[in-house]
Design a binder for this molecule. Structure first.
Ligand code: ATP
Ligand code: MG
Length: 494
């Protein structure tokens, strides 16, 4: 189990600690025992329990002293005192010193079990209330990742692999608006860590001098204003996930510290003497090109290689346009709920425009577009009259998406023509470009594919102002990732 709760039982009566430990282990807890104050201190440091069952009368030290010491080291520690009835007054003192509960000897094992189980429910609940309330709300519906294109199926597979393997670091990459944050949340929610917190830090939004404090927390007195110990997100997310968004914007010095946390699974609070264990999964995301930043010396290569072991790369929406109809339906539904509307659909013409456009702002832009249409349109069907000019003017430029069923024929049903029309010449130019691409810019092969002569092909290429490689003269090589071509590929003009 990822987040097994640790309990330390401190009692010098061996039979008592043995019976408590046996019962608690059966309940699924990780249990250690100590028979004296000094042993308890040592075990407390090594084992870092979340709950201590503590006898008041120990041979070498008063249990109340230990209680104070443990509470000072970890204010969230849950302490249950065990006292002989003869010492009922010490129970009161213990509660004053911060113990949560006490039992008089002899006690009923079932009663202890009940209190311990409740204690963990309570601390879990507190965590949820403090850090998790918003996340739980999001869990219900908003983390739904819509898409059934092959590329998204690959993404879902990767999420599952990372979640099941409890991968300690995962890097999510993709252009802005492709759903990186949703993926990070989905990964958390579908893993064994789902019940523990998911805490997000936007590295770009927090000033450099505050970031370390935010992540690692500080000890009381670490600096002038530090009147109390403050927990950082690595501590708050114990057992769960820390999502470092915009990791590309993390200052260079902090990058080294993060690498250290990943490698040692420990960190130190500001002003602290001791390391604290970090039982968290670190999910990072960026829309930036990290390999390029590494080359430019802006991102540490060692951190990049560490993070890149598990990479979930989100494809831009223009490379998976077949997801658009489902996304549109999903946004109509969620926005209906949000605004109390009852929109049903888009008109076929509007959908064609939406499928034609390249969505540089990806899914976020599509969502905003649907929201805008719903604001401007009062009908149950969203028409195209309120679509913005960029969308209606996109005119199906050479936006090629790999045809998913692998068919190579260009029969009508695979050609999605721009709604406002396209000239035959433009179409011809497009087909020539595709044929050249398909044949690796081999004009003889391309001509053969188009069932024409090489001369005719050259004549037409010249007429359309296409260079040797099929690009328009003067057009720059963009390096944009295009789908790899093979003989069987079909295309959709979208
Ligand atoms: N596959 C999807 N299914 C449903 N909604 C999605 C999907 N992908 C993205 N969204 C929605 O699009 C919007 C942007 O997603 P998100 O914030 O996750 O993008 P991002 O990649 O983190 O962007 P940025 O780099 O700008 O931070 C959100 O409203 C999100 O809910
Ligand atoms: Mg984001």
């Amino acid at each position: 189990m990822v987040n097994k709760n640790r309990i330390l039982v401190v009692d010098d009566e061996k039979l008592i600690s043995w019976s408590l430990a046996t019962m608690l282990k059966k309940e699924g807890y990780d249990v250690e025992t100590a028979a004296s104050g000094s042993e308890a201190i040592q075990k407390f440091e090594e084992f870092r329990p979340k709950l201590v069952l503590l006898d008041v009368c120990l041979p070498d030290v008063n249990g109340l002293e230990l209680l104070k010491r443990f509470k000072a080291a970890n204010e969230d520690l849950y302490v249950i005192m065990i006292t002989a009835y003869a010492h009922a007054d010490s129970a009161v003192l213990a509660l004053q010193e911060g113990a949560e509960d006490y039992f008089g000897k002899p006690f009923n094992l079932d009663a202890v079990k009940h209190v311990v189980n409740k204690a963990f429910e309570k601390t879990q609940l507190k965590k949820e209330v403090d850090y998790f309330r918003g996340e739980l709300r999001k869990k219900s519906d908003q983390d739904k990742l819509v898409g059934n294109s092959q590329k998204m199926i690959e993404v879902f597979k990767m999420i599952k692999i990372c979640a099941d393997a409890d991968a300690k670091t995962v890097l999510v990459t993709g252009e802005s608006g492709t759903g990186k944050e949703l993926v990070a949340r989905a990964l958390h929610m579908h893993s064994a860590r789902a019940e523990a917190p998911f805490i997000e830090v936007n590295c770009a939004a927090i000033p450099e001098n505050l970031l370390e404090n935010e992540l690692f927390g500080h000890e009381k007195g670490a600096y002038t204003d530090a009147s109390k110990r403050h927990k950082g997100v690595f501590e708050m997310a114990e057992g769960g996930s820390v999502f470092l968004d915009e990791i590309g914007d993390m200052p260079f010095l902090m990058q080294a510290k993060i690498l250290k946390v990943i490698e040692s699974k420990r960190f130190r609070r500001l002003g602290g003497q001791d390391d604290v264990e970090a039982n968290v999964r670190i999910i990072t995301a960026t829309h930036q090109n990290l390999p390029k930043m590494v080359k430019e010396g802006k991102f540490r290569s060692d951190l990049f290689f560490r993070l890149n072991v598990m990479n979930i790369a989100l494809p831009p929406l223009r490379e998976r346009k077949e997801d658009i109809p489902a996304l549109v339906q999903y946004f109509i539904k969620t926005l209906n709920d949000e605004y109390g509307r009852s929109v049903e659909d888009t008109s076929p013409e509007a959908l064609e425009y939406l499928m034609t456009y390249d969505w540089p702002g990806n899914v976020r832009e599509l969502r905003n577009c649907i929201e805008r249409l719903m604001m401007l349109e009062q009908e149950k069907t969203l028409g195209s009259q309120h679509l913005s000019a960029e969308i209606t003017q996109s005119r199906g430029e050479v936006s090629r998406t790999l045809h998913q069923n692998g068919s190579s024929d260009l029969s009508g049903e695979h050609i999605l023509l721009p709604p406002e029309g396209i000239s035959l010449e433009e179409l011809e130019k497009l087909i020539i470009q595709l044929a050249l691409k398909k044949s690796g810019n081999n004009q003889t092969k391309a001509a053969k594919y188009l069932k024409t002569s090489r001369d005719t092909l050259r004549y037409r290429m010249k007429k359309f102002g296409l260079g040797e490689n099929g690009r328009e003269e003067g057009e720059e090589e963009t390096g944009a990732a295009e789908p790899p071509l093979s003989a069987g590929d079909g295309y959709r003009f979208a």
